[in-house]
Design a protein around this ligand. Sequence first.
Ligand code: FAD
Ligand code: NAI
Length: 475
Amino acid sequence: MSKQFDVIVIGAGPGGYIAAIRAAQLGFKVACIDEWKNDKGGPAPGGTCTNVGCIPSKALLQSSEHFDQASHHFAEHGIGVKGLSMDVSTMVARKDLVVKQNNDGILYLFKKNKVSFFHGRGSFAKAVEGGYEILVTGAATESLTGKQVIVATGSRARALPGTPFDEESILSNDGALRIGAVPKKLGLIGSGVIGLEMGSVWRRLGAEVTILEGLPTFLGAVDEQIAKEAHKAFIKQGLKIELGVKVGAIKTGKKGVSIAYENAKGEAQTLDVDKLIISIGRLANTEGLNAEAVGLKLDERGLVVVDDDCRTNLPGVWAVGDVVRGPMLAHKAEEEGVAVAERIAGQHGHVNFNTVPWVIYTSPEIAWVGQTEQQLKAAGRAYKAGTFPFLANGRARALGDTTGMVKFLADAATDEILGVHIVGPMASELIAEAVVAMEFRASSEDIARICHAHPSLSEATKEAALAVDKRSLNF
Ligand code: FAD
Ligand code: NAI
């Protein structure tokens, strides 16, 4: 007997579990299926984000930042530390605990909202009258029937052709979060978000880190001025970043990993490291879905094809998060999950892609929302720019962290904020003000006229807004 549901969600990452909760809040009978296993074989809902992504990476970034502060910055506060040490296994165990707390939190939320959770792989069996039959293959096989199905199966790391991940020497994001001791030499391929965050963790703990990047520009999607400032800071910290390389043969042996590559000048080089993290983007998880059984349309990269509202080619089947077009970000997945649940309920769920913030949790942090200066130039849009350095911000001086700046881009005629870009301390938190402002289509003058607490880093945001009109007060 197939169990009947109004809504079946496949995948319990941030897209799926949030969609399930919102659908349950709206009065639907909801099932959520997820196959992720913890180290005891039990369920571990939360997807990539909770298990091997956002949460564990931020836990390790925090631990390594504490170590870096104690190693290099406590002394200037008059704090002496003798015999400072780093126990990587304790750091990793703490990270695992943080992950488990999040897994348990989601199971609790499912219970609270009466979402039925199924542990196993969900796949399409067939279309049935008024919905779809979904099989759950776990400890046993179960049949569920749903009037509506939300696919939220997420993504996995992309390997380099011919170099599969062994998670011992050649690591994806999964292995990168489970390294048991600080490697003497660590290599990374790809200086994108994972490359910079993971490279920072192990550099702070003492590894010699080299990142090989295929493109000639550093962080090409980031505002150029901000990317330059960040690059300068990373190089100063000791990260080695080689741009414009062509990676060749990768060999693993007893001594580690050897990477042959051509540098930007076309010279043959070899990089020998103890471990290699490959962070060159991610692929959609669609193989396990049996999409063919119902004719669910995928594109040439394996992404589920959806319209602006996350509708697939099949009536009553939706898809959200990393498995569809758009940025691979947890908060984007969540917003799509909420919007789809609301659309199923006949409401008008909406996601504004222009105000999805990005954050790179390095030190300094990089955060932005809206358009970059290079995008505005390419579009021929007339704009004004204003910047304010943290060097001139009292709170940043007191913190001892004055790297970076806040940058505003506003329409030349209307003054509407078109983009805000930050590199510096707590950029991840500061960007929220810019997101709110852009959602309300505020002008830079609106921010400039708002009273900001003193002393606070947010005053740099106000000052950058003032700088759009060339009237910043403290610089
Ligand atoms: P996922 O989180 O990938 O979840 C999909 C779930 O579906 C998984 O549990 C998977 O096991 C399950 N699944 C797949 N197929 C099936 C099936 N057939 N049946 C049952 N279950 C299935 N984003 C941010 O916004 N901020 C960050 O700081 C951040 N840091 C990151 C750090 C790293 C190292 C990585 C790798 C990613 C990071 N991301 C971050 C990206 C973020 O993790 C993803 O954008 C987000 O997890 C996508 O959510 P999702 O629900 O679409 O998919
Ligand atoms: P990415 O797309 O951010 O970066 C990949 C980098 O690898 C690019 O710079 C690309 O030019 C380079 N590259 C690709 N192929 C290459 C090759 N053959 N040789 C050398 N360089 C090559 O992807 P990444 O870092 O794997 O992260 C995946 C996604 O996960 C991110 O795009 C982001 O959506 C998400 N993420 C988000 C985080 C956050 O929000 N803080 C943190 C980590 C990941």
